[in-house]
Design a protein around this ligand. Structure first.
Ligand code: CO
Length: 215
């Protein structure tokens, strides 16, 4: 079984070699330059869904976007992984934009909406259930199950943008006058297009009084 698996994965190494060669043909110093430093301008926080690859959907090369992905693009204040990514992106890489990008038809959002048990992941999806509870009337008023889930996908992005902004890391950056904007986007798997949601935060003044840190 193990041998068979190795044989299968060989094709990935072949693809990798061809890809690396192609990149060097276009730009002989590409990897050499990248190996010296990374200076991405964007942090992308997206869903782990295989159909929403960060670099490809915005057509950016390696080195141009710092990426954190998890199921249903959730930002949790006790998630050391996500917080570390945000902290490193802001303090060390000095990214200027944080993009929380959800997508329509998100399986994680659907699972949270439907409420069937899926095991351990239910604990993660609880955060999306909270989003559903906060916007239940508006979501339930949608005509179809698909449109309800799509609206929950949008609301989830907006709430996760708020979670990014409410973090002490982001608020401290703004306090230090760092140029940083947090955006909420949603991607359509059906046509490959991104849409900016009506949420773009550039400083602490835009936060709710309950979450804005006092000086
Ligand atoms: Co998803």
């Amino acid at each position: 079984m193990a041998v068979q698996q190795r044989r299968h994965l060989k094709s990935l190494f072949k693809r990798n070699k061809d890809w690396a060669q192609g990149m060097v043909e276009k730009d002989p110093d590409f990897f050499l330059d990248l190996s010296k430093q990374q200076t991405p301008e964007y942090l992308w926080i997206g869903c782990a869904d295989s159909r929403v690859p960060a670099n490809q959907v915005v057509d950016l090369k390696p080195g141009q976007v710092f990426v954190h992905r998890n199921i249903a693009n959730v930002v949790v204040h006790t998630d050391l992984n996500c917080l570390s990514v945000i902290q490193y992106a802001i303090n060390v890489l000095q990214v200027r934009h944080i993009i929380v990008c959800g997508h329509y038809g998100c399986g994680g959002v659907r699972a949270a909406f439907e409420g069937r048990e899926h095991g351990l992941i239910d604990n993660w999806l609880r955060h999306i259930k909270d989003v559903y509870r906060w916007h239940k009337d508006e979501i339930d008023a949608q005509p179809t199950e698909e449109s309800k889930i799509d609206l929950l996908c949008e609301k989830n992005v907006i709430e996760q943008v708020a979670n990014v902004c409410h973090s002490t890391i982001v608020q401290h950056a703004w306090r230090a006058n760092q140029d940083l904007t947090v955006h909420g986007w949603i991607y359509s798997i059906e046509n490959g297009l991104l849409k900016a949601l009506d949420v773009e935060v550039t400083d602490t003044d835009q936060l709710s009084a309950t979450h804005a840190l006092k000086d």
